[in-house]
Design a protein around this ligand. Structure first.
Ligand code: CP3
Length: 350
């Protein structure tokens, strides 16, 4: 008999489950009225940096939907800030990091000293969250991938064509590699801190690796994530790598040794399982915009994913990217209820 209580962890380790576990990327956030209520009183970074507020906001979607995992409320961009850039969230314009990192001069001003001390608010939030979470609901800690963090640090603000990071990659690759090395060490240190504080699983978000041609993706994004996975192994906490861009990118993670791979909504789950189901558990991958759709079509799309696994373990249901801020809460209730009901029926057939 397994000692593991959590459906999410059981699915990652491919132990039998009575139904498919489900959580939603960006589950704590703006689509929830109770989150908006907290945000009407505190700005976003204050919520991230105040352990009581981060704890409250992390628990909100767990209370409402009883998701099978909680994800720490924070942001991937606290690392660039801890390394010395100035971080601002502009209302409706997304994040801004300054000074933009374009040359050796800005690079030399970064410092990875005392990273755990600078990010101690994250460890404090984790320590506060663990006893507040229901038994069987593990806490996922997270980070951006080195390449994704580098993208924000070099571009400075949201971009369409990724001109600055691509210019650096094609004209001064040594500088980019230096930054990616620094970020790999920083991410590894940061995730080890989260695990020591109590995070029971880790997810690395590689939001922007998919802007690269696949061979460069392998070199500039996948390889650094693999190094981090190797460094975390001794801590014995399962790691999920979430990348975007479709199956060609996901295939580059086949030899990552990550326990789970996050499948984006561009990818056919059946194909992902055929190629990668033997090496890792899979997470995903409903198109987030399907939640604008009718209930009949939401059911069809959910069935299509659940049927790939049938009564087998090794699948965590999620969206193929983060939930959008204007999704009606009722549709999320409907989605979660339907996944539970349908996957229980499939697993009962075992
Ligand atoms: O529920 C959760 O997932 C918890 C926390 C979480 C946030 N951001 C909170 C947040 C997580 C895991 C993230 C990850 C994150 N942050 C990623 C990777 C995942 C992805 O979606 O690809 C990225 C690229 C970021 C960077 C970021 N943070 C952007 C681009 C923005 C602005 C646009 C947007 O999506 O809101 C943020 C702000 C942010 N991070 C908000 C939240 C709840 C909204 C802030 C607000 O309340 O106004």
């Amino acid at each position: 008999m397994s000692e593991i209580q959590s459906l999410y962890l059981k699915a990652i380790f491919k132990e039998p489950v009575e139904r498919t576990p489900v959580w939603i990327m960006r589950q704590a956030g703006r689509y929830l009225p109770e989150y908006q209520e907290v945000r009407s009183k505190h700005d976003f970074l204050t919520v991230c940096k105040t352990p009581e507020l981060a704890t409250e906001v992390t628990l909100q979607p767990i209370r409402r939907f009883g998701f099978d995992a909680a994800i720490l409320f924070s942001d991937i961009l606290v690392i660039p800030e801890a390394l010395g850039q100035t971080l601002q969230f502009m209302e409706n314009h997304g994040p801004k990091l300054s000074p933009q990192l374009l040359t050796e001069k800005e690079f030399d001003q970064l410092s990875a000293d005392d990273l755990p001390a600078k990010l101690s608010f994250v460890a404090e939030a984790i320590a506060m969250l663990r006893p507040a979470l229901p038994e069987g609901t593990p806490l996922i800690g997270f980070s951006g991938s080195p390449f994704t963090l580098a993208t924000y640090m070099i571009e400075g603000k949201p971009t369409r064509n990724f001109k600055y990071i691509k210019t650096m990659l094609y004209s001064n690759p040594k500088l980019l590699e230096g930054l990616l090395e620094l970020l790999s060490d920083a991410v590894s240190t940061y995730l080890q801190m989260q695990i020591r504080a109590g995070a029971q699983a880790i997810q690395i978000f590689d939001t922007w690796g998919g802007i690269l041609p696949v061979h460069l993706y392998r070199r500039y994004s996948a390889n650094y994530m693999k190094k981090i996975v190797r460094q975390l192994k001794p801590l014995k906490v399962p790691v999920t790598l979430f990348s975007r861009g479709g199956l060609s990118y996901l295939l580059q993670l086949e030899d990552s040794t990550a326990e789970m791979l996050g499948v984006d909504w561009l990818t056919d789950m059946g194909e992902a399982k055929r190629h990668l189901g033997g090496v890792a558990a899979l997470q995903g991958n409903l198109d987030p915009t399907a939640l604008y759709g009718s209930r009949e079509i939401i059911k069809q799309e959910v069935d299509k994913i659940l049927d790939v696994f049938g009564s087998q373990s090794g699948h965590v249901f999620n969206l193929g990217h983060g939930i959008l801020p204007d999704i009606p809460v009722d549709n999320v209730y409907f989605l979660v209820d339907y996944i539970r009901q349908r996957s229980s029926a499939l697993h009962a057939q075992r």
